[in-house]
Every structure is written in C-alpha cells, then in structure tokens.
Design a protein around this ligand. Structure first.
Ligand code: FPP
Length: 235
C-alpha cells in the first residue's frame, strides 16, 4: 500500500504518521497583550520554527500546516502584506535548516497564483529539499472545496470519478493518509481545511493560542492519539 490517501489505510492504533494543524489565535495572542496583530503572526512563525526543529523525536512522516487560506485574502491589505512578507522571510531564513534536517517541503493549495517572487522562492525551496525524508506540507492559498473541485475535474477528464481517482488528484496525493487534525485557540471548526483528507482523521481542539504552542503540546497530542481506537466505521 503506497502513500496515496486513496487507500484510506486503516491503522487502528499506534503512532501518528501524518498530523495537520490549523494554527489559530495569532491575532488574539497579540490583542491580549496590546500588541499589533502583526506581532502575533511573527510569534506564530516562531512557533512554526520551534515545532519544525523539535520534530525529530516525534517520528512523524508528515506535518501539514495551514498557513494561508483562500479566504484569508479578505483580511486587510496590511495584514495580507504582513503574512506574505513573513512567508518570504521564513523561506529565506529557514531553508538551510530544512535541508540540514532532512525536511522535504511540500506546498498544497493554489500557491502558483501568489506573487511571482514568492512562487520562485517556493519552487527553489521545493527543489532544494526534494530529497528530504520528512515532509513539511504548507497550505498556501488553500481551500479544501476548491482542491476537491479541481481534483474531481481532473479525474473526470481522465475518464472516471471515484473516491480513489479523486484522491489521486488531490494536492495531498503524495502525502501519507491524515491521522490527526489539531486546531489551536479553542475554535471548533475545520474552516475549509483538508475536508476530504479528514474523513477518517482523529480531531483534537486545544485552547492554546498558536504563538504559545510548543513541541511538548504536539507530543501530548500524539500521546492522546496513540490512546484512541480507530474503527473506520467498523466495530
Ligand atoms: C490564525 O491566526 C493564523 C493565520 C491566519 C495564519 C497562520 C500563519 C502563521 C502562523 C504565520 C505564517 C506561517 C508560516 C509557515 C510562515 P488569526 O490571525 O486568525 O488569529 P485570531 O483568530 O486570534 O485573530
């Protein structure tokens, strides 16, 4: 069985291979401290960096992070600019770290329509990290409904629409099946993230605001996951 989510790969217990996180609460973290939202996003990037650096002992095959949704364009121009500039700086500063730490960058979403300089930086980062064994998938300009619609259209063009043919065309087609989806900040919704892939994933909603999220929080979430019994509709 390969890594295709088409094979919903029932794993009824054991460690998680693929965890995805909706990183929520940057704005509230900043507002609570009387700081501009931009500072919350900066601290959010630091939480990302801390987590990626702390991944090694967790033995994950893939971590997927929701960094910018297709709905985030509705935010103020200044906030969107801040997020894009953070992205530029993050790729530039952390790319050598990824290469040194065997991380393979993946991007999901409609990232090719971002600013041309960001697209070029991402293409370079994808090439330079292509031999890494641990995947870090970053969702950029991502919306699950669009992803599914695009995948269904491609499957139809190839002749047959089935769950398997759609899954094979999703942006996540080369990532392991999703085991655990975490959202921070106490909100309990999926916000158009990995709707297809979450069909059999476990969910964990934690109150921690994203800038306060530490590798220990993920370790705790993985322990929690390992205790759960997954039945995939069976008994
Ligand atoms: C949610 O906080 C977070 C985002 C919209 C973006 C997440 C982005 C980062 C953590 C930084 C960029 C990431 C990378 C990988 C460079 P919010 O602003 O919705 O918080 P709020 O709900 O408290 O207002």
């Amino acid at each position: 069985m390969g890594d295709s989510p088409a094979s919903i790969a029932p794993r009824t217990s054991g460690r998680a291979r693929h965890v995805a996180i909706i990183m929520d609460g940057n704005g509230r973290w900043a507002t609570k401290r009387g700081l501009p939202r931009a500072v919350g996003h900066q601290r959010g990037v630091e939480a990302v960096r801390r987590l990626v650096r702390g991944l090694e002992p967790m033995e994950l095959d893939c971590l997927t992070l929701y960094a910018f949704s297709s709905e985030n364009w509705k935010r103020s121009v200044d906030e969107v600019d801040d997020l894009m500039n953070l992205m530029r700086r993050f790729i530039k500063s952390d790319l050598p770290d990824f290469v040194a730490n065997d991380v393979q960058l993946k991007i999901i979403g409609d990232w090719q329509s971002l600013a041309p300089d960001i697209v070029a930086m991402l293409e370079d980062a994808l090439t330079k990290t292509s031999n890494g064994s641990k995947k870090l998938a970053v969702a950029l300009n991502y919306g699950a409904q669009h992803e599914i619609a695009r995948a269904a259209a491609k499957a139809a063009a190839l002749g047959e629409i089935t769950p398997e043919t759609i899954a094979a065309q999703l942006d996540t087609h080369d990532l392991p099946p999703l085991d655990l989806l975490i959202r921070t900040s106490g909100e309990i919704r999926l916000s158009n993230f990995l709707l297809w892939q979450a069909a059999y994933a476990e969910m964990l909603f934690v109150d921690t605001l994203w800038p306060d999220f530490k590798p220990e929080h993920l370790e705790r979430a993985l322990d929690d996951f390992a205790q759960r019994e997954r039945r995939y509709g069976g008994r």
